[in-house]
Design a protein around this ligand. Structure first.
Ligand code: BES
Ligand code: MN
Ligand code: ZN
Length: 495
């Protein structure tokens, strides 16, 4: 695991690779004299020859004399200064990581640029840590190379920058934990396995983990989770993670994540093409584990609850069927017309349980809920539906900072009409049109008046067809949403 540290020794720096962010605007006057003057003449020649013009993502490596303390310099093209944003910083910093690993360089030093504020520094840390990730537990060691250490030269206050680096490292490590669990194959990640991973969070004194098992679910009227879980030999669970960072009377933020450890569709079975990708149908729940890990490692002074309804959606003699009418935790009845619309059913129970048990300040749920969200927005943007403008606005605002693209979809009464059933209170599908919205409309039946936001991460939870390549999202699960929601939780003012 790569360690990132601030560095303020400019005068006698030793490193394998000194990395400079270069903008097209000032490529002509480029000088490293502040750190090491002896590269300037050769840099001048390289610039003059137009070998390096600082276009987005271009790189140029220059070697120093043998025996020098700074072995090489890397110029990283950042394009035009005016087009700089944190997303570019995050993505292009990742390019340096990949280059260093390709060259078997285990350590490098970054020289900051003028605009390097808190957001850019965070983006740099994320770019390094998240690009360095790979899921390789199941592969014999090939030629794996470890990046050990990155130092960032800091001109300003060391302590405050150290804090920013630490915070971003904690959040990035939480994303990495989530990716590791999300990427697990379905034979190694049952609801029980998920409960065990969540259980490890109780190492923190302020964090309690409780698992509501099948019998208790049955006895307490969790008809939705029970129905979807029935078809599998792996029994369903509701995982409850409670973090108490503030006084008891402070209302918590509740984060709910869909964890279908494998979604075959059940009796309404899916076609076999790409069915293996449905191991990622647990990503919402895995995000909750990551978020709770970040919240406790950051030692936030808030109360936060994580809820993970975890099931496997399988076809068998004991499966729920199309036509079944089930009674949910809040006593509403649901006519099941498609067993593949299972995520909303388990979430409905979890949301109703949250409202009843915790009287939350806000509820945010995350779920790989609908293919329709991908049809609507593609594989690079998550859909957001909510019942509270302030909450929605904040999430959108933070998403602009994290680079996790989110777009709001409306939820009107007209959409809710699509769920009317002739045999029960509602049905679990609303027809072909506005599929991502009608799924959210279904969820809205279980949150009452609690401020609530729903994130459909079906397109963004893992690298899939249509995903734009980003260095910091290597193949497999992305942990999309964690950074935005942790920012939301850290920033809200409880008083
Ligand atoms: N887990 C799927 C949604 C999904 C599909 C996520 C593809 C990511 C990629 C969900 O449980 C599902 O099957 N939804 C159905 C709903 C339909 C039956 C109303 C869908 O989207 O087709
Ligand atoms: Mn499904
Ligand atoms: Zn599903």
């Amino acid at each position: 695991m790569v360690i990132i540290e601030p560095e303020n020794n400019f005068s006698s720096l030793k490193t394998q690779l000194l990395v400079n962010y270069v903008f097209t605007n000032d490529v002509l006057s480029l000088s490293l004299s502040k750190v090491t003057p002896n590269f300037d003449p050769i840099i001048g020649e390289i610039i003059e020859s137009k070998e390096f013009t600082a276009k987005d993502g271009t790189m140029c490596i220059i070697h120093n004399k043998v025996g020098s303390d700074i072995k090489r310099v890397l110029l990283l093209g950042m394009g035009n200064r005016e087009s700089l944003d944190t997303e570019k910083t995050r993505n292009l910093t990742g390019k340096v990581v990949n280059k260093a690993k390709e060259l078997a360089i285990s350590e490098f030093v970054l020289v900051p640029f003028d605009e390097m504020d808190e957001d850019h520094l965070s983006a740099i840390v994320e770019g390094i840590k998240l690009s360095d990730y790979s899921f390789s537990n199941y592969k014999k060691d090939e030629d794996k190379f470890d990046l050990n250490q990155v130092r960032i030269l800091i001109t300003g206050d060391l302590a405050s920058n150290q804090k920013i680096i630490q915070r971003s490292s904690i959040v990035s490590d939480a994303v990495i934990l989530t990716r590791d669990i999300s990427n697990l194959p379905p034979n190694d990640c049952s609801p029980k396995d998920l409960a065990n991973f969540a259980g490890k969070l109780s190492g923190n004194k302020k964090t309690k983990v409780r698992v509501i098992e099948e019998q208790e679910l049955e006895a307490n009227g969790f008809g939705g989770i029970m129905a979807v879980g029935k078809g599998s030999t792996n029994s369903p669970k509701l995982i409850v993670i409670e973090y108490s960072g503030s006084s008891q009377d402070e209302k918590p933020v509740v984060i709910v994540g869909k964890a279908v450890t494998f979604d075959t569709g059940g009796i309404s079975i899916k076609p076999s093409d790409k069915m293996e990708e449905m191991k990622f149908d647990k990503c919402g729940g895995c995000n909750v584990i990551g978020i709770m890990k970040a919240v406790s490692d950051l030692d936030l002074d808030k109360n936060v609850i994580g809820l993970i309804p975890a099931v496997e959606n399988m076809p068998s003699g004991s499966s729920y069927r199309p036509g079944d009418i089930i009674k949910m935790y809040n006593t509403k009845t649901v006519e099941v017309l498609n067993t593949d619309a299972e995520g909303r059913i388990i979430l409905g129970d979890a949301l109703a349980f949250a409202v009843k048990t915790f009287s939350p300040r806000v509820i945010i749920d995350m779920a790989t809920l609908t293919g329709a969200a991908i049809i609507a927005l593609g594989s690079n943007v998550a859909a957001l539906v909510g019942n509270n403008e302030e909450l929605v606005t904040k999430i959108l605002e933070y998403s602009n900072k994290t680079g996790e693209k989110i777009w709001e979809l409306p939820l009107f009464e007209d959409h809710k009409e699509q769920l009317k059933s002739s045999n029960a209170d509602i049905k679990n599908i609303g027809g072909r049109s506005a599929g991502a919205i009608t799924a959210a409309a279904f969820l809205s039946h279980f949150v009452d008046d609690t401020p609530w936001a729903h994130l459909d991460i079906a397109g963004t939870a893992w690298n899939q067809e249509g995903t734009r390549e980003k260095t910091y999202n290597p193949k497999g699960a992305t942990g999309f949403g964690i950074r935005t929601i942790v920012k939301y939780i850290s920033s809200y003012n409880a008083h």
